[in-house]
Design a protein around this ligand. Sequence first.
Ligand SMILES: Nc1ncnc2c1ncn2[C@@H]1O[C@H](COP(=O)(O)OP(=O)(O)OP(=O)(O)O)[C@@H](O)[C@H]1O
Ligand SMILES: [Mg+2]
Length: 402
Amino acid sequence: MAQLHTAQRQIASSSARFKVLRCGRRFGKTTYAAEEMKGACLFEPGPVAYFATTRDQARDIMWADLLKECLGTANYVAHNEQRLEVTLRRPDGTTNHIRLFGWENIETARGKKYSLVVLDELDSMRAFEKQWREILRATLADYRGRALFMGTPKGYKSLYRLEKLSKTNTNYAVFHFTSFDNPFIDPDEIEEMRGEMSPSQFAQEVLAEYHKMEGLIYEEFDRDKHMVACPFVPVRWGLSIDFGYNHPLSAGIFAIGADNSIHLDRMLYERKLSNERRNEKIRDLIGDTRLDVQVGDSEDPLAIDTLNTALGLKIQPVVKGSGSVLEGLNKCISQLHQGRLTMDPSCEDLAWEKENYSWKLDKNDQPLDEPVKEDDDACDMERYAVMTILGRHKSGFRVRTA
Ligand SMILES: Nc1ncnc2c1ncn2[C@@H]1O[C@H](COP(=O)(O)OP(=O)(O)OP(=O)(O)O)[C@@H](O)[C@H]1O
Ligand SMILES: [Mg+2]
């Protein structure tokens, strides 16, 4: 076993059930996690699950180190590279295992039980709170298992919120260390990094401090302010859909106020739905809401037709002229600024996207007038609704269902 360095030992000696590691790059988070996982596998009753942001990442970051830790030791029994799983023998003769996963497959954790769950690079995990609450938390119930949440902060996101939670929930302990706390990294190397980064990048990446991310489109988005119960009496209702299969299909039901304030009441966000499943899910999402506005991504006219026929809807393709993305984004930003664009606290997939959705940067790191086309499915869905509800041609879309 590798010798933990002083700061890592401090983390190891804590008996907190949920440990939150806010640490600078190269601090030794992943190395620490490998040790903690091995210990849990040998001495705790249930298996161990490790999540990186993707399965490929899990393999790249952890697999080789984990094998190195285990192969050739007295406890090693077997490993399975297909499953990214290592089996060890415990002192009492029984076996236990450690398995690596990607966050994109988090659904597969349903129904499992673990003694330890490790989440590596927490702030890159989509809708962490929702998945924690709906899937992971229950996997720890049988063994009263533990969790290790770790990462370098990327703005005020999941690490920040867990840190806030730790102030009132004694199950959580937070450990804050910088890259300088790893004695195996030459401090001159870190100083050199300082010269290559902006001061706020250095503060975030090396000192692991919370900094507002640069180049965010929804810079003003604030969960406390914008994730609320509907703040007005709805006078109309709208449905908006951004179609996708490999990307998530994102659909939302919007409440609309007399002054055209817009509130996302509920949403659907799911990958790989067959046509039938998609129809069912959208039917359930609509429920008995009477829709005044129905809009969908115009790039998928076939999907719009299929849905309209199957569910008796009158979804119109969103009007996209040149410059309409920027125009739509500006409308959304301005509505948000005025407190007229809100969402129900359950709509975490949109919240997560809003906290990451960024402008493309030029070679001098200055934001361009164009968004990065990544993790924008719920943001697009919301933008279609806003453009349609506030658009010049809105009367054209006010289609009442019977
Ligand atoms: N206890 C230790 N003993 C020896 N080397 C260590 C120890 N802890 C970390 N290191 C070394 O420090 C480097 C960074 O470690 P690691 O990859 O675990 O950091 P990290 O915080 O996960 O980094 P990143 O931010 O890139 O994910 C690696 O080369 C690792 O081998
Ligand atoms: Mg790491």
